[in-house]
Ligand binder design. Structure first.
Ligand SMILES: Cc1cc2nc3c(=O)[nH]c(=O)nc-3n(C[C@H](O)[C@H](O)[C@H](O)COP(=O)(O)O)c2cc1C
Length: 379
């Protein structure tokens, strides 16, 4: 069969482009403020539930160091908490004292020495704090069982059987913002170069944002402008200790996936405000986690359209996470400008060398393997 002349031409052009491009989009550097990242791959924050008293140990070193050796551009910590009761489990990381700060130094220095950018995620679990580890069932742990009283945007529990949070009053809000600023100062002292603020997955900031979890009667509740107030004040707290040229990412749940909840339209309205304020450099687009009624259509790349929509509507840089597992898929997300960075969790947990293998698959000529591992590049 003979193909029509025009389709044959376009097929040939396409092959020529594919053959000729030794510089896939996934491996093109990106400069954000004072930081240049060597590629578009970020290790997604993933709790390891392995700390004692919030202090990083050998497990955290191995987990983060391996991904830096494996070629990840931005190596982000799991959620690090700003006070003891902000932790999801009592095995989560913290940065409310100098012991915790000093234990991070070795990890951060090693990540940077591999040519990766060390990033830290800050979180406060709010009403979803004080639960067991996943391999123990993730159930709420009461104060009598070694847990603690939880605080939240409002006095309503996450779900039936979960603890009723103490609604944060003005002085608790101010204390929480001050603790965030102090933790950011410590992160700067350690040498982290990017901060990712956890405003997603039903944790404290998200609890303020969403009408499904915010029932306050004061200036932090009710209208959209009131519900975003705590987030904006959190960003102010971060920026009080984090110079403008240092990149700041904000992770949000772009939608609650529940009728009447926080929506894509709300996220776009929020990001338009952030764009004008100019204090956030990238919207790390996730979703869900705030209401057990959520209906999430999970499939590879299921959150890509959310990042693409936020980027198209606001012009802000975005990243996307969620079952991204092949080099071609990651490449197409960046090449088609659906997001600026791909954030990968479970794929990188299963294979720390995924970026090196993706570089082989995409024939990226510029990607160097660590010298110690050069002889293993037999692919
Ligand atoms: C074990 C585990 C721990 C996680 N911990 C965090 C966390 O600390 N902060 C966060 O924002 N997301 C957390 N997540 C969500 C991931 O960062 C990521 O957004 C999600 O798993 C989807 O991406 P993936 O399909 O590439 O894993 C966690 C996910 C897993 C599997």
């Amino acid at each position: 069969m003979t193909l029509p002349a025009d389709s044959r031409t376009s097929g040939e052009d396409e092959r020529r482009v594919l053959r000729r491009d030794p510089n896939p989009h996934l491996f093109r550097p990106i400069t954000i403020g004072s930081v240049t990242v060597k590629n578009r791959i970020m290790l997604s924050p993933m709790c390891q539930y392995s700390a004692t008293d919030g202090v990083m140990n050998d497990w955290h070193f191995a987990h983060l160091a391996a991904r830096a050796v494996g070629g990840v551009g931005i190596v982000c910590t799991e959620a690090v908490h700003t006070e003891p009761r902000a932790r999801i489990t009592k095995y989560c990381l913290g940065l409310w004292n100098d012991v915790q700060r000093d234990a991070m130094k070795r990890v951060v220095d090693f990540i940077a020495a591999q040519g990766a950018v060390p990033a830290i995620q800050f979180g406060h679990a709010g009403r979803k704090a004080s639960v067991g580890r996943p391999w123990e069932g993730s159930h709420p742990v009461s104060p009598a069982e070694g847990g603690w009283e939880v605080i939240g945007a409002s006095g309503r529990p996450y779900a039936k059987g979960w603890p009723v949070p103490i609604e944060m009053n003005r002085s608790m809000i101010e204390k929480s913002l001050a603790e965030l600023a102090t933790a950011v100062r410590r992160a700067r002292e350690v040498g982290f170069r990017i901060i990712d603020i956890h405003g997603a997955h039903g944790y404290l900031i998200h609890q303020f944002l969403s009408p499904l979890s915010n029932f306050r009667q004061d200036e932090y509740g009710g209208s959209f402008d009131n519900r975003i107030r705590f987030l904006l004040q959190s960003l102010d707290a971060v920026r009080s200790e984090w110079p403008r040229e240092n990149p700041l990412f904000l992770r949000i749940s772009v939608t609650d996936w529940v009728e009447g909840g926080w929506s894509l339209e709300d996220s776009i309205a929020l990001c338009r405000i952030l764009k004008v304020r100019g204090d956030v450099d990238l919207i790390d687009c996730s979703s869900g986690g705030n209401d057990p009624r959520q209906q999430i259509p999970i499939h590879p790349g299921y959150q890509v359209p959310l990042a693409a929509a936020v980027k198209a509507a606001t012009g802000m840089r975005t990243s996307t996470a969620g079952l991204i597992h092949s080099a071609d898929m990651a490449e197409s997300i960046i090449a088609n400008a659906q997001a600026d960075i791909v954030v990968m969790g479970r794929t990188l947990m299963a294979d720390p060398y995924w970026p090196l293998r993706a570089a082989v698959a995409l024939k990226a000529a510029t990607v160097k393997w660590p010298v110690q591992y050069e002889r293993s590049n037999i692919f």
